[in-house]
Design a protein around this ligand. Structure first.
Ligand code: FEO
Length: 167
């Protein structure tokens, strides 16, 4: 179980790096709102990682801070970047589901209970990513739409997307 939790610590840390790299790409392209959104998202992933770190250490294990894979540095277009974000969240959801599976096979119900927060969080993160992709599809290649999207995207949070997935 500890090994599986440590693997998830790495997944969350790498997620934080991926979104930090997306923030940098958006920032140098002048997409200030998208950059702010990605910086915030990167911080959230670090929080997900820290929550796991503390849980492992408090339960008598040893949270391992490992080296990380380098994220991409070029994301092509902002549309492609958000598609990549969505795919990444699907990947994280699968990792969390695998982890929950391990808790059941090992009858580790304390960890099972702890992981429910992550299960709920992933539902919200996927909803958030889908909400954003829907908005992007509406914009198409309209420059004015991109201007408004860049202005508004920093206001979209996991909570607002979960409350109104169709927004
Ligand atoms: Fe920590 Fe976005 O998953």
């Amino acid at each position: 179980m500890e090994k599986a939790l440590n693997a998830q610590i790495r997944v969350e840390a790498e997620s934080s790096q991926v979104y930090l790299s997306m923030a940098c790409w958006a920032e140098i392209k002048g997409l200030e709102g998208i950059a702010q959104f990605m910086y915030k998202h990167s911080d959230e992933e670090r929080m997900h990682m820290l929550k796991l770190v503390k849980f492992v250490n408090e339960r008598g294990g040893h949270a391992i801070i490992s080296e990380l894979s380098a994220p991409d540095t070029d994301f092509g277009t902002f549309q492609k970047m958000f598609e990549q974000l969505y795919d990444h969240e699907i990947f994280v959801s699968k990792a969390i589901n695998e982890l929950v599976h391990v808790t059941l096979t090992e009858k580790d119900y304390a960890t099972h209970n702890f992981l429910q927060w992550y299960v709920a969080e992933q539902i919200e993160e996927e909803a958030l990513a889908r909400t954003i992709l829907d908005k992007i599809n509406l914009i198409g290649n309209d420059k004015g739409g991109l201007y408004l999207f860049d202005r508004d995207v920093q206001m979209i949070t996991v909570d607002s997307a979960a409350a109104d997935p169709g927004a």
